[in-house]
Design a protein around this ligand. Structure first.
Ligand SMILES: Cc1ncc(COP(=O)(O)O)c(C=O)c1O
Length: 427
């Protein structure tokens, strides 16, 4: 397989991309990208430059402060285009930056705790990463304010496939449903959820939809406008950026809640009302530099400093998908022919799944397999990946969980072949 001309062509494209990432020159094979991705040089350089050239507080009138303020605003604008939240009059909502997805969803749950009434209902997915379910479960346990008495219902998955049926969701939705929280892609299963029917169901009862896009965002272009979602959150450190996260809220959804920032800040001063004490400034500088990387990815280096256009985002994610798809297809193709391996997640070669590939072995523990791989410089991982309830539902021991291989577009077919050679020995 590694001698096939298409493999060489793929790895030639990858070589061009990899040269833009300083960390990719070493020995480690990065196959835990759903945990966190590497950053391109332009992002790392922008963060460094910010720290040494304009590390001052925002909002003052001297030149450096104006420059710092503009950089942080630019980060919001870039994420807004990345999520297709629009701008100016066509803006569908606001982007809030924060430390992590877990933190942003917690902030949102706390804000809703002041609004929801006893008897209101939230639906969470059994496939969720804990960050998109636990904040609501905590409210339901009585630690919210008015929301004490909130009911949290679980959208269960099929114990064999991990899929959750729309019919099962329909049965949970009712007149007291206030929010449906779903993962766009499970960080174990890799399947892309069709958001359209979920949004339609929520609309039918006037409920909001919160989408955890963390495992989707590194692989495909986000489009909150096309999907009509109310809330969408992802972690920028998994999308070639700094350790931070972004939450989009539609204007209508944001109007329902009050952000947690200080009392003198008006409710409608957004995103500030939601950004407690501000954001990580050097991280914002890194996010603001991401368009330069996207320009390089689509061969438009000369446009690197121009404001990010939606077309560049879509073109860049087409390149990303084109580079990633053959890797996941090759790995799945290999795993399904191994009699002792159970792939956890859909087996397909199409766009309905992303490059997050999980499996368990009939006789070997996930820990044993992952650790043996780590000993060979193969950076894969095992465990429940905070999708604890999903592992339980699938009949797995969550502490051993699954072996997970997660690709980014900078991985190569040669790396996949190396992994497969290792699997030949241990599986
Ligand atoms: C699907 C998914 N959702 C949410 C999170 C939580 O993100 P954060 O670490 O930014 O809180 C993760 C992190 O791994 C994840 O994979």
């Amino acid at each position: 397989m590694s001698g096939h001309p298409s493999v060489h062509r793929h790895d030639l494209d990858s070589a061009r991309v990899r040269a833009l990432f300083p960390a990719l020159g070493g020995e480690t094979v990065f196959l835990d990208n759903a945990g966190g991705s590497q950053v391109p040089r332009v992002v790392a350089d922008a963060m460094h430059r910010y720290l040494v050239e304009s590390y001052v507080q925002l909002g003052a009138d001297y030149a450096l402060s104006r420059q710092a303020t503009a950089t942080v605003r630019q980060a919001h604008d870039v994420v807004s285009v990345l999520m297709n939240a629009g701008s100016g009059d066509a803006e569908a909502g606001k982007v809030i930056l924060g430390a992590s997805t877990s933190e942003l969803v917690n902030r949102l749950a706390q804000a809703y705790a002041e609004v929801w009434e006893p008897g209101d209902e939230v639906i969470v997915s059994e496939a969720a990463h804990a960050s998109n379910a636990d904040p609501f479960m905590r409210l339901a346990s009585g630690r919210g304010l008015r929301a004490a008495g909130l009911t949290v219902k679980t959208w269960h998955v099929d114990p064999t496939t991990g899929e959750a049926s729309l019919e099962a969701l329909r049965q949970l939705v009712g007149p007291r449903t206030r929010l449906i929280a779903v993962p766009h892609v499970s960080n174990i299963l890799g399947a892309v959820l069709d958001l359209g029917p979920v949004v339609a169901l929520a609309r039918s009862v006037g409920a909001r939809v919160l989408v955890d896009g963390v495992a989707y965002a590194p692989h495909r272009a986000i489009d909150v406008t096309a999907w009509g979602v109310d809330w969408y959150v992802y972690s920028t450190y998994k999308v070639f950026g700094p350790h931070a996260a972004a939450l989009y809220g539609s204007h209508a959804a944001l109007a329902e809640v009050t952000g947690p920032n200080h009392g003198f800040i008006p409710k409608d001063e957004l995103p500030r009302k939601f950004e407690l004490g501000g954001v990580n400034h050097e991280g914002a500088a890194g996010i603001a530099a991401l368009p330069r990387y996207l320009a390089a990815l689509v061969g438009e280096g000369e446009r690197a400093d121009q404001p990010l256009e939606r077309a560049r985002v879509e073109a860049a994610f087409e390149v990303i998908t084109r580079l990633e798809l053959p890797l996941q297809v090759r790995l799945l193709e290999d795993l399904v022919r191994r009699p002792d391996v159970r792939v956890i997640g859909p087996i397909s070669s199409g766009l309905e799944r992303v490059g997050v590939v999980s499996f368990v072995h009939a006789r070997r523990s996930s820990a044993e397999i992952a650790r043996a791989a780590n000993g060979r410089g193969l950076g894969i991982r095992f465990g429940h990946f905070y999708a604890y309830r999903l592992c339980q539902a699938l009949g797995l021991d969550p502490d051993d969980g699954v072996v997970r291989v997660s690709f980014a577009h900078y991985n190569t077919m040669a790396e996949v072949e190396r992994l497969i050679t290792f699997f030949d020995e241990v599986l």
